[in-house]
Design a protein around this ligand. Structure first.
Ligand SMILES: C[S@@+](CC[C@H](N)C(=O)[O-])C[C@H]1O[C@@H](n2cnc3c(N)ncnc32)[C@H](O)[C@@H]1O
Ligand code: SF4
Ligand code: SF4
Length: 393
């Protein structure tokens, strides 16, 4: 099934560290060198290294039903509801390990994201996958609703781990309204998991997807992140389609969010010392329409840093399932596709400033903004414009 967009928060920055200080220093030095190489590749238009981050979807099934979800929302129009057979699919450890090893062989790989079109905790091989990535010296980010996560096992894996936990509401009512959770105790289960993380001093990142059930809690979301200490709170305006527009904010609510609630939440974050991405979030809020990303002003650089593998072993350019590269399998390797003609042609299409359907709700918008800023500091304006078809001087 084709789907819309998925923002997973990060290419980079990992969390609790088991490796020694000198190992971390060596790793940071290598990452810096690779970043220079990567920037040179972007200017040439041909990647010399493999991606910095590979994202694996390892389960299509989910244990909850977020109203904004592109695959599990009860608001999806009937023709967009996935089948039971699709939901039961998951990526096997052996396929994951084969693909990860291939991507790592390209050089430059630093991070693995384990997520899903459902929840990765529903794949019983999740812990083994984390350990395999740690065995490569890679940092791991798990994107999860946290409800079913085996925290003892995950935290015991010897490597850097980030948990990007979808919270999406910080009172029992808004959480339940957002999640349409099938059981009455979902909120209690979540807070118990967060208490366990707090008790061992592990700081997750919170994701707060904003819709009409929880937008009024923006300040409380920051306070919640102070109560259950976090590394950062990522706010995302829900990108909605296929029926889930039913939970969109009205134009008036969006304006209130941008003009009143975001500044109040920023003030709370400052007061409480909570790291957030609220200023980038504010850029996503346009009172008219569903677009969340002025991508033409920014450019897309993901073809040099990121790729995604679905449970069906399809290689995607990003989180936009419209932008498929090809089908992986025992005879088609990720490294072959990364260096192949389809990838090259998509890189050059985006370089010209031509975008795909769905790019106006780019799930990698904040990462593209970061790359835009980083590159603009280093490159002449003319060279910079040539990387994304930016406006003439
Ligand atoms: C589809 S979920 C899959 C992983 C996991 N089940 C979870 O929810 O964290 C990936 C990310 O998308 C977020 N998300 C869900 N609906 C969204 C929407 N309509 N717009 C933007 N992000 C959304 C989730 O909060 C999560 O951070
Ligand atoms: S937890 Fe993730 S996959 Fe599950 S319904 Fe929510 S957004 Fe969708
Ligand atoms: S702009 Fe790039 S990363 Fe964003 S949806 Fe389009 S192709 Fe994907």
């Amino acid at each position: 099934m084709s789907a819309v967009i998925d923002d997973d928060g990060a290419t980079g920055e990992a969390g609790v560290a088991h490796p020694s200080a000198s190992e971390q220093r060596a790793r940071r030095k290598r990452l810096k060198q690779e970043r220079h190489q990567r920037i040179a590749s972007m200017v040439r238009g041909r990647p010399e290294l493999g991606p910095d981050t590979v994202h694996f979807d390892i389960a299509n099934a989910c244990n909850t039903r977020c109203t904004t979800c592109w695959h599990h929302s009860p608001f999806l129009a009937p023709e967009h509801r996935p089948s039971g057979a699709w939901k039961r699919q998951r990526l096997a450890f052996s396929d994951y390990a084969r693909i990860l090893d291939e991507v790592a062989s390209l050089g430059g790989l630093a991070h693995v994201i384990l997520s899903g079109m459902g929840d990765p905790t529903l794949n019983p091989e999740l812990v083994a996958m984390v350990r395999h990535a740690h065995g490569h010296g890679l940092s791991v980010t798990i994107i999860t609703n946290l409800l079913r996560a085996d925290l003892d096992a995950l935290l015991a894996s010897p490597g850097e781990l980030d948990l990007l936990t979808s919270i999406c509401g910080v009172t029992p009512k808004s959480w339940q309204d957002f999640h349409a959770h099938p059981r009455p105790d979902g909120w209690q289960v979540l807070t118990k998991q967060l208490e366990q993380l707090r008790a061992v001093g592990f700081r997750p990142k919170h994701v707060q997807v904003i819709n009409n059930a929880n937008a009024h809690e923006l300040v409380e979301m920051v306070e919640f992140a102070a109560e259950y200490p976090v590394k950062r709170v990522n706010f995302k305006l829900a990108s909605l389609a296929r029926g889930t527009e039913a939970v969109a904010l009205s134009a008036h609510e969006k304006q209130h969010l941008r003009d009143e609630l975001v500044p109040a939440a920023m003030a709370a974050a400052e007061r409480l010392g909570v790291d957030t991405d609220l200023s980038a979030f504010a850029r996503q809020i346009h009172p008219d329409g569903h677009a969340t990303s002025p991508i033409a002003e920014v450019g897309c650089f993901m073809g040099y840093v990121y790729c995604r593998v679905t449970v069906e072993q399809e290689l995607l350019y990003c989180c936009n399932t419209q932008v498929s590269i090809g089908q992986l399998g025992p005879d088609v390797s990720a490294s072959e596709l990364w260096r192949g003609s389809r990838y090259a042609s998509i890189r050059s299409t985006l370089r010209r400033g031509a975008y795909f359907k769905g790019c106006t709700q780019c799930g990698k918008f904040k990462q593209n903004v970061k790359w835009h800023e980083r590159l603009s500091e280093l490159l002449e304006p003319g060279v910079m414009r040539s990387l994304y078809g930016g406006p003439p001087a």
